[in-house]
Each structure stands twice: as C-alpha cells, then as structure tokens.
Write a protein that binds this ligand. Sequence first.
Ligand code: SF4
Length: 395
Amino acid sequence: MHIRRRPTKQIQVGPVKIGGNAPISVQSMTIPHPRDVAATLEQVHRLEKAGCELIRVAVPDMEAADALPKIKSQMTVPLIADIHFDHRLALKAAKVVDCVRINPGNIGPWWKTEEVIKAVNDHGIPLRVGVNGGSLEKPLLEKYGYPTAEALAESALNAVHALEDVGFTNMKVSLKASDVHMAIDAYWLFAQQCSYPLHIGITEAGTAMTGAVKSALGLGWLLTQGIGDTLRVSLAADPVEEVKVGFEILKSLELRHRGVNVIACPTCGRVEIDVVKMANELENRLGHITTPITVSVLGCVVNGIGEGKEADIGIAGGQGVGILFKKGKLHKRVPESELLDTLIQEVELMAQEQDSSGGGNTAPHTLHQMAEKSSPPYLLSESASRREIPVLPAK
Ligand code: SF4
C-alpha cells in the first residue's frame, strides 16, 4: 500500500518542518507544572532521548510563563506553549517558545487573538489553532446541539478564515475529540477544505493500552488517507510512552523508519525460549538505537528462520542452544544463556556499520534525511475521495 500524503502548506516550528513533504513528526507534552523547572526538564530530557521531535508545555498561569526561558534554554528540541483562556500568557510565551497553541473556543473576544497574532508575527513563530470537542464556541453548540465532527470542523474553519482575513497564514491546525469516529470525521472534513498542516491526535485517549489502541485506530486511519503532518498520542501514562506509540504507529505504516523494530512470535507449544521476556528486554536495551533495524525473536527453529526472513537479524530458540540469523540465513549457534546478550551486541554492531556507511540500504530515519529523500506530496487516495461528507459553509 502506498500512502499518498495530502498536499499542505509547510510551516516551521524551530528547525522542524511540518507539512508539505516534511516527515510526520512525533510530539509529546510534559506533565509537571512548569514552575517546577527541574521536574519539567527531567521529562524534557527523557523525551528528547526517546526521539520526541517537538515538546509542548502547558502554560496555565504567569508563573508557568515566567519559567519558560529557563526551560527553553536547557532543551534541544523545539518548545511549544499550550495556552487556554488567558491570551496574556501567549503574549509572554511568544517571546521564548517556537510555537504557541491557542484554542479559539476559549481565548475570548477577537481582539485578544489579534494581539496573539501580532506577538507570534513579531517573533516569527507559528500558531497552532487547536480546536477541541470539549470547548466549542457557544453558537456552534447551539447550531449542532452538541459537539459533532461538523461542529469541530466548522469551528476550525471559522478560526482559520478569521486569521486569513487579517493576513495570518503561519499556522497548523488540530481538531481533537476523544471519540475516535468524531475525531476522524472532523479531520477528514477539515482536510477536504483547507491545506494547512494538521496536528493529529485523539484527545484523552486513555491509559497506556487503551489509548494506544484508540490512537492507532484513529491516527492510523487518517494517516493511511494521507492526513496528518505531526502527531501526538495522548496517554494517561509517562509521556515517553506517547513517543514510543507515536513512532510505532508511523513505523507500522512505513511512514517513518526509526530505531529497532522488534518482531516477536506469539509462541506456541513448540516454544524453546522465553520470547516475551527477551522481546521486552530487547526493546528496553536497544531503545538508544536510532538506526532502523528489524530484529526478530522466534520461539523455535521449526518455522523460526523462515518466519524471520523479513528481519535484518534475529534469534530462534533451540534446545539449550539458540540460532542467530541474519536476513533469514544462519549466522551462528549460541548457548541459550548467552543468546540475548549476543543478539544485542550484534544489533549494536549492525547499527554502527550502517551509520558509518551512511545508512547502507536502510531507509532514512532522521527528520533531515527523510525531508531530503521524501517524494512530493500526493493527492488523497481514491477510496478516501469517495467518502461522503456533509457540506460546510464556504468562506
Ligand atoms: S516460531 Fe515456533 S514457537 Fe513461535 S509461534 Fe512459530 S512455531 Fe510457535
């Protein structure tokens, strides 16, 4: 399946390009109140290490806005300030951060948004217009009766048109709902009528597993239709998990290639090694590798090597002795007690070799490499264009 990206305008958050032919970036959000600079930075640094490409911080009050310079000065990835209700926080944050997110549904009268536009323009940074099912404007709630995908899309379109009317176009847009269907429909509707890059996500998706499943379904559908330019997986969990799930979604759709992709068999009555333990340990111990390598852990040799043909490297369990294979071919036999450590060493070596040879035959895995190699954006797929959608008011 070839995914054709929806053509969009390209914007830039710090050095990270969003939209156009830029790779889909993965972002997350810190949890502590920014006044606790140390705790915020502890999460920022773990997120950076996990590969997070954009980090958002909630700015609920002036104390948080005051802490932004300290936080920004000690991080390497772009910083986004998340503002609700009080536009003065956005005015302050715009001096420091790489992007400001506001919610048109709760920022108040239009003059406040105009002040924010002036501030972001003065500092040459973009705005994220973040519409949310839980905070739609009153007239739209009255019109639709309750939050709907159409209401979300209309809210976002109204905001975009109002910003365009004052000459502002440096923006990306999000339309989040916790209901997967509503989020999909809202993004879909909006994407048909607007070419700004989209930040996609299912808001308040749930705990680590529930949220990951909901996000994979919702974001997965959108991504296969070419919709989505940056994403956040919202989990009630450590934000590093959000980054991991985000990359797994993109890796599963072959939209990004980053780090070790562990394939593990489900095990059955033939299993000879502890596949579950080994696969988990592999993911943990190889998390530092950014080179795209597929590693397979298979419980036995019966189907093992054949099933692992697609992997770059892997192991198959035997009776006390495991088999280490590369590209589906036997490489060496290793005592079971040394199997995991040997595999890890071999993967690290493989990553070093690929990195020093300029990536070898592997796909590009950094944003920069992806941007250089990516093809131009495409039109939406045929199945997507057949989907019926309600008509929203024109500008
Ligand atoms: S690789 Fe072996 S243990 Fe794993 S599912 Fe297949 S047959 Fe069963």
